[in-house]
Design a protein around this ligand. Structure first.
Ligand code: ZN
Length: 387
């Protein structure tokens, strides 16, 4: 078979990879920090305090404002070679469906440039905000793709959190709508976590009981790092049996701040997960918002952060880290036709580097970005050295 072409490009010395897949991004709250002056306006205090900041900030959001920031984020992501993205999106009694409407509009407008999946994320919990359940059902009718969740946002007025109740409700809603579940678990570090202290353990057991293996992604899983190796191994066995994808996010800057020695990194022992055969992805999570002042919608940058934090520095480990931003993330999102085989969608990136490790270490430019065979972006670094 011969294929016709509109254009021929010499890719000598470059690396062709399938498009980057951003598997976890809070697209509705992104870019709420000033682009020209990144950095936290105030020092980080705690997760609860940051949640309050976000919930205060969004009172001022209009649909237009969410659309404008989300579209700017997606344009920048495309420039960095992202061809598919899973967007977390607040749904609760306070904001109603405003965020879903905004992201749905942007998703439709940018169809053909980037594939977007919308996660209905109950920012105010499911038990704390019982009205969220019906709003989430409505969000699925409007086009939301995936069920979200996070036990840590379900803190009742008396300060208690029913972790298992939250996980069960989120999974039930996912099964009722026949959608995947993408849930934040073990968002904080604990001391000497026992097996049943780990949220991911309850999640895995419940997924197995319900027969929902392969339909669930777990974000963060940071507390896995607070368990002793034996407990961690048992937890990883359950994650494997439940077919849960683990999405690592750059929590290095958020977590471990109160550790006075042996400061933990907030990453879920990535190498052990990989060795056990768990599907591990790497994502940005938060970009330039109250949670994290960093990020550029650039997965090659997040890959370098992860490689440092997870002690993944051999050539093989760097290959694995690049896969976490491409093939593994695509598997977590269940993208169809992903890859470089001839029957796949032609979502591709040409990196100005000969190998994956050279791309990560050298932070290679994305020379060309293609979506469905269409050239969407070309980038070039220009340097002049004067003697
Ligand atoms: Zn998140």
């Amino acid at each position: 078979v011969t294929y016709g072409s509109r254009q021929e490009i010499d890719l000598a010395g470059c690396l062709l990879i399938p498009g980057f897949v951003e598997s976890h991004l809070h697209l509705d709250i992104t870019l709420t920090n000033p682009w020209e002056r990144p950095g936290r306006p105030e020092p980080f205090v705690s997760t609860q305090e940051t949640n309050r900041t976000v919930e205060g900030l969004r009172k001022g959001f209009t649909r237009e404002d969410i659309e404008r920031r989300a579209a700017a984020a997606l344009d920048t992501a495309v420039r960095h070679g992202v061809t598919a993205l899973r967007a977390q999106c607040h749904v609760d009694s306070e904001v109603g469906l405003k965020h879903v409407e905004a992201l749905q509009a942007v998703k439709e407008r940018l169809e053909g440039k980037v594939t977007v999946q919308i996660v209905a994320f109950p920012e105010m919990g499911l038990q704390r905000d019982p009205g969220a359940c019906d709003l989430i059902r409505e969000a699925f009718r409007m086009g939301a793709d995936v069920m979200g969740g996070a036990p840590n946002v379900d803190r009742m007025a008396d300060g208690t959190v029913d972790v298992q109740g939250h996980i069960n409700m989120a999974l039930d809603l996912a099964m009722e709508a026949d959608v995947d579940l993408d849930i934040h678990v073990d968002h904080e570090l604990t001391q000497n976590a026992e097996l049943d202290d780990l949220e991911v353990v309850h999640l895995a057991k419940r997924v197995i009981e319900c027969g929902y293996q392969g339909r669930v992604a777990a974000g963060h899983v940071a507390a896995l790092d607070s368990a002793v190796p034996d407990v961690r191994a048992k937890a990883i066995d359950l994650i494997t049996e439940a077919g849960i994808s683990v999405v690592c996010v750059p929590d290095l800057c958020r977590l471990g701040r109160n550790d006075v020695k042996h400061v933990r990194r907030g990453l879920p022992h990535v190498k052990e997960l990989v060795a056990a055969g768990v599907n591990v992805a790497c994502a940005s999570n938060n970009v330039r918002d109250p949670w994290r002042p960093f990020g550029n919608f650039n997965l090659l940058e997040e890959a370098l952060v992860l490689a440092n934090g997870a002690h993944m520095d051999t050539v093989d480990e760097l290959n694995a880290v690049l896969n976490m931003c491409t093939y593994n993330a695509a598997e977590a999102l269940h993208l169809e036709g992903y890859g470089l085989d001839k029957d796949c969608h032609a979502d591709m990136v040409v990196l100005e580097a000969p190998t994956p490790s050279a791309a990560i270490v050298g932070q290679a430019e994305k020379r060309y970005v293609f979506k469905d065979g269409h050239l969407l972006a070309s980038n070039r670094v220009v340097s002049d050295l004067f003697s």
